[in-house]
Write a protein that binds this ligand. Structure first.
Ligand code: ATP
Ligand code: FE
Length: 365
């Protein structure tokens, strides 16, 4: 069984062909990152335009590399939620035309479900497992109980961890930094932080008094922005040209994000243990999403998993960020279980906002 996966939920146009065991037969990814770095953030209409320009080529290239003809496919899986409406629309429209033309089943995919399941393509882990997803648009903790069965324990109340890192990087104009011109905000912060002293800026860890598993990053971003403004004023330099302590600010921001993620995850593990939500035998914590490629954050989560007796699994960086492979894999998992497979002629709508699974956030204390 062969599945074509298509991803256009944000700023990456991705496609891949996988077999039922998760072998990647062919893949192709077109990133819009450089364009969006130049404009200082994603402009949805620009993203849409670039997806439109590239989607046909991306899909054809993935098919060609795999040596698979459309007629040999068992199904096409495409991200339809959540994400930027204009971006999702391009992938969905293309896919619906494609499945009708080739008379193939269509599998609509939840982008965060795909991030959560990618790990099963690489490690044979069984359900249930705890998953922490930290990306540009999401920060969430969930128990994955099955392919389409999630318990949402916590989500962000304001912005996502990756978004905060991107905004701090932009405020520091890190794209102008010689080593960072092609890096995402999070990557730039990680690089600068290596030569920084986090103790110079002891930012407050968010939500110290709240007993749930939700996240909040906007307060931290405020603290960091105020600090940058103060330092710029003290040193009499123009906005976004602070050089003297950018490394220290990056290190302190990264440390605070890591601490917040680790503390909430620790709470979630205790909640899962108290309520029997994880297996007693080799319980697992999965860390994924773009921010999960950060080594400092991985280390913080390793400490939490070690002290609570969970094994930590984290897909390699290229599978943590958006790609067609994870969507195709989600399609393989759904096809295997016969879940959410539609005939080619059914009209599907995209959904910019879509919760993952059953919302338990109010129950987690
Ligand atoms: P979502 O999955 O929520 O729709 P997205 O798909 O845009 O969002 P990803 O592609 O999974 O997000 O991840 C992109 C985010 O990951 C960006 O915010 C980026 O700054 C961050 N990121 C990438 N590499 C690193 C790193 N090494 N350290 C920290 N953050 C990183
Ligand atoms: Fe993503």
């Amino acid at each position: 069984r062969l599945v074509l996966g298509i991803e256009t939920s944000c700023d990456d146009t991705g496609a891949a062909v996988l077999d039922e065991k998760g072998a990647i037969l062919g893949e192709y990814l077109h990133s819009q990152k450089e364009v969006h770095l130049r404009t200082g953030g994603i402009i949805p209409s620009v993203a849409q335009c670039l997806h439109r320009e590239n989607i046909n080529h991306v899909v054809q290239e993935a098919l060609q590399r795999s040596g698979v003809e459309p007629s040999q496919l068992s199904a096409v899986a495409t991200t339809v939620k959540p994400g930027l409406g204009l971006s999702l629309g391009v992938g969905l429209e293309f896919s619906q035309r494609f499945v009708r033309q080739h008379n193939k089943p269509f599998i609509p995919i939840h982008h965060m479900e795909a991030h959560a399941l990618t790990v099963r393509m690489l490690h044979p882990i069984a359900f249930p497992f705890l998953v922490l997803l930290v990306s540009g648009g999401h920060s969430l903790l969930a128990v994955a109980r099955g392919v389409d069965d999630f318990l949402l324990l916590g989500h962000t109340l304001d912005e996502a961890a990756g978004d905060t890192l991107d905004k701090v990087a932009r405020r520091l104009s890190l794209t102008k930094h010689p080593q960072c011109s092609t890096l995402s905000g999070g990557q730039a912060i990680e690089l600068l932080a290596k030569d920084g002293d986090r103790k110079k800026f002891p930012f407050r860890t968010p939500m110290g008094q709240t007993l749930d598993c939700c996240f909040s990053f906007s307060g931290l971003r405020n603290q960091v922005t105020m600090t940058i403004m103060k330092k710029e004023a003290e040193e009499g330099v123009e906005k976004g040209t602070l050089l003297s302590c950018a490394n220290d600010i990056a290190a302190a921001t990264q440390h605070t994000v890591a601490t917040h993620l680790a503390k909430r995850t620790h709470r979630a593990i205790l909640f899962c243990k108290a309520n029997g939500l994880l297996p007693l035998n080799s319980p697992t914590l999965v860390l994924s999403g773009g921010v999960a490629s950060n080594q400092y954050i991985r280390k913080a989560l390793t400490i939490i998993s070690d002290t609570t007796g969970l094994q930590l699994l984290c897909p390699p960086a290229k599978f943590c960020t958006d790609n067609g492979v994870m969507i195709a894999w989600n399609g393989v998992e759904r096809l295997r279980e016969g879940k959410g497979i539609l005939p080619p002629n059914v009209d599907v709508c995209y959904e910019p906002k879509a919760a993952l699974g059953v919302d338990m956030t109010a129950e987690v204390k």
